[in-house]
Design a protein around this ligand. Structure first.
Ligand code: KG4
Ligand code: ZN
Length: 360
């Protein structure tokens, strides 16, 4: 099955073509193209994504991005068997552009279309490999910590940690498509906190990568982190998060200690975020006896989070699989949207363009 994925929930205009085969127990995916057109330059000066500007850029980019996704694949839009588009969650004006484009193609070519939950797709990204390789869940599981398993059902129950610029959620997955939110941030998302702290440190947007790079310099020196920042809600009896207090603590720290090395601040902040995310994820994995822990979203690209979470998970008995998306697929992309649509298609979901709407 050849699937066209479209994603415009935030500030990247994305289109991808994947080839999917196999049944629900052993789905196979091949990413034929994965085009991401970033709007970073447009939003950079605001230190965050401006929804109306994002929509304007998506409207400008969507046609060339979809066109580009077909280049080199040997397929034309007529050859597509299914269209997949993000319908929720996301910025309303931004989502509307992708949904409108996808509906138009489905209407024009009389093709089936499925609306996809962006957050579920971030977890499905774990089943995808890079462009050249055909990937089965089995192959991606080999890179996990446990023994390889053959069937997709053995992934579940799974606990997913979705950490992006707009979301921080812990979800319980009984199956793909059966996702329950068990905890989420009460204020800022983890990625948003990275972005705001980066701004305070004079670093560019998006802030995750430069803050992580600065923090790594501190770790390189192997000197201990002296600053103590709060770990909000780390001991609360739920799976919720809060990052706005941590962000404010960094603000006051910088105001009261203008000479403080930026590397120390970056490393302390990152460690506080990693501690909270790790503690809650481990607690959820224990409570729900998770066979797999999956990470998704832009912050999932953070190497310290990956390293420390994996290390903490190895202390559980039995050790759950840990699945991380390959770095290029941790960030927003349309290949994950297309792959999620395939799993839903296999379960019998069918829609026409009239049924697809943005869900807010
Ligand atoms: O999933 P994503 O691409 O878009 C949203 O749906 O938000 O995530 C973007 C977020 C940004 O806040 C960015 O700063 C953060 O992911 N991010 C990181 C890293 N790479 C991206 N945060 C921490 N460490 C990273 N290496
Ligand atoms: Zn995302």
């Amino acid at each position: 099955m050849k699937i066209l994925g479209i994603e415009t929930s935030c500030d990247d205009t994305c289109a991808a073509i994947i080839k999917a085969s196999g049944g629900i127990r052993r789905p196979k995916f091949k990413v034929l193209s994965n085009v991401v057109s970033s709007q970073v330059k447009v939003h950079q000066k605001y230190g965050g994504v401006v929804p109306t500007l994002a929509a304007r850029e998506h409207a400008k980019n969507i046609k060339p991005v979809v066109k580009k996704a077909f280049q080199g694949t040997g397929y034309r839009v007529q050859d597509i068997d299914l269209i997949a588009v993000t319908t929720h969650p996301g910025l309303l004006p931004a989502l509307l552009v992708g949904v409108h484009a996808a509906r138009t193609i489905a209407w024009w070519l009389h093709k089936p279309i499925l609306g996809i939950n962006h957050l579920e797709a971030h977890l499905v990204a774990n089943l995808l490999g890079d462009k050249k390789k055909q990937n089965t869940p089995n192959q991606s599981l080999r890179s996990g910590t446990g023994q390889a398993r053959n069937k997709i059902q053995t992934l579940f129950p799974a606990v997913g940690l979705i950490v992006s610029g707009g979301h921080t959620q812990l979800v319980l997955m009984r199956d793909f498509g059966k996702m329950k939110i068990i905890g989420e941030t009460r204020d800022d998302a983890a990625g948003e906190a990275f972005d705001k702290v980066a701004k305070m440190l004079g670093l560019p947007f998006p802030g995750g990568p430069p803050v992580a790079a600065l923090a790594a310099k501190k770790q390189d020196t192997r000197s201990k982190i002296q600053i103590s920042l709060p770990r909000p809600m780390i001991d609360s009896n739920d799976f919720d998060f809060s990052f706005s207090g941590l962000k404010t603590a960094v603000l006051y720290l910088l105001r009261d200690n203008p000479q403080i090395p930026k590397t120390d601040v970056a490393a302390s902040f990152q460690q506080a975020v990693v501690d909270v995310l790790t503690a809650k994820t481990i607690r959820a994995a224990k409570k729900y006896k998770a066979k797999t822990v999956m990470l998704g979203g832009g912050v999932a690209a953070n190497q310290e989070l990956r390293r420390q979470l994996r290390s903490a998970l190895t202390k559980l008995e039995p050790i759950p699989y840990t699945l991380y998306p390959i770095p290029s697929l941790a960030l927003d992309n349309a290949a994950m949207i297309a792959a999620t649509a395939y799993l839903h298609w296999l379960k019998g979901e069918r829609n026409t363009w009239q049924q697809i709407k943005v869900r807010i």
